[in-house]
Design a protein around this ligand. Structure first.
Ligand code: FAD
Length: 316
């Protein structure tokens, strides 16, 4: 019996969060088969082997190009049946969560999302789920035979020492009714990099004084290959577009590095950045609350610090 892992891909690459899901499944000690949906180069799918998959099923139908919840759920459920998989692992994401919920309803499976640690099987099967935007954990016991586990981004160490996975075509049975809705276009939200997916985010707050000063945020972001974000007041005043607003009422990010510049660190902002692996805060007020959530801090005037930092990074 194997574990099935749904792997998402974008722009010709398997998403890192999906490779983390593969590593998680591999660490459970079972044979891991992955399923990829939509057109993508097979050589890219082989790379799932490095993270621990022995085989990748590929449902390459062009109709499945964009992440559609209904048909994706059907494809994955059929793949589980084909493989005899009683456990599905996938990355917590805006696609993964609704797809998993549909499969759970269809297969009468237990589904826990935002899981941050390997299951405890010492008595039963329980998983540790991150709650309250990463401030606490809940231990959840899963009692169904079929289980679906959604993995929190950055919570699992990525395994990179496996070999290539074999890739096998998978042809699911789909009907026109499975395509009841259609995505006609997808627009990128910010610069070249999508904010919710970004590995590095550079965000500015009211301390940046005005939209005319955002050039230095963008310059630093470009140098780091980062997406740009902002605090809520900044988008409310219209200095930046609303889709860049990070926090409780905005985008939740979970990058490797979150750089907060001239942002005080109000609880509502922190709610959107708590899952970042590292946080660097640049603020001229050493009492700014953000420093207590930071891994690294620079007390200083952003207008002096940021250009110097960018210059140093460019020179490095
Ligand atoms: P400020 O609080 O004005 O802080 C500016 C910071 O810049 C200060 O720390 C200051 O020391 C620093 N600074 C000033 N000049 C410089 C300089 N030259 N160099 C370096 N640092 C400098 N906020 C969000 O961001 N996201 C949300 O999702 C969100 N949701 C909310 C929901 C509700 C229901 C409510 C009530 C509020 C919400 N807020 C949210 C607002 C939140 O409470 C704060 O008001 C907001 O985050 C503050 O934004 P700021 O840090 O940019 O501005």
């Amino acid at each position: 019996m194997s574990i099935l892992v749904f792997i998402e891909h974008a722009e010709g690459e398997i998403k890192k969060s999906s490779l983390e899901a593969v590593s998680y499944a591999a660490a459970m000690g079972e044979d891991v088969t992955a399923i990829a949906i939509g057109p993508v180069d097979e050589s890219i799918l082989k790379a799932a082997g490095k993270a621990g998959a022995s085989k990748v099923l590929h449902a390459a139908d062009e109709k499945l190009e964009k992440g559609l919840i209904q048909p994706y759920a059907k494809v994955i459920a059929q793949a589980m049946e084909k493989e005899g998989a009683k456990t599905l692992v996938l990355a917590k994401s805006s696609l993964g969560d609704p797809v998993a919920a549909r499969i759970a309803a269809k297969l009468k499976a237990g589904f826990v999302s935002n899981v941050a640690d390997l299951p405890d099987t010492s008595s039963g099967f329980s998983v540790k789920r991150s709650i309250y935007t990463g401030k606490a954990f809940a231990n959840v016991e899963m009692t169904t035979e079929t289980k679906i586990i959604g993995i929190k981004k950055n919570a699992v160490e990525l395994k990179e020492d496996g070999g290539d996975a074999s890739v096998e075509a998978f042809e699911p049975t789909l009907e026109d009714a499975d395509f009841a809705v259609k995505i006609t276009s997808q627009d990128k939200q910010t610069g070249e990099i999508l904010l919710p997916e970004a590995e590095i985010v550079v965000s500015g707050g009211r301390g940046m004084k005005g939209p005319e000063n955002w050039g230095m945020i963008e310059d630093l972001a470009k140098t780091l290959g980062a997406a740009t974000g902002c605090s809520k007041p900044v988008s409310d005043i219209g200095w930046r577009p609303h889709h860049e607003h990070v926090g409780q009422t905005g985008v939740k990010v979970s990058p490797q590095l979150y750089v907060a510049i001239g942002i005080s660190g109000a609880i509502q902002h922190l709610a959107g950045v708590n899952s970042s692996k590292y946080i660097l805060v640049i603020n001229k007020d050493e009492e700014a609350p953000f420093f207590s959530a930071a891994d690294y801090g620079i007390v200083g005037d952003a207008f002096e610090v940021v250009p110097k930092l960018t210059e140093a990074l460019k020179a490095a």
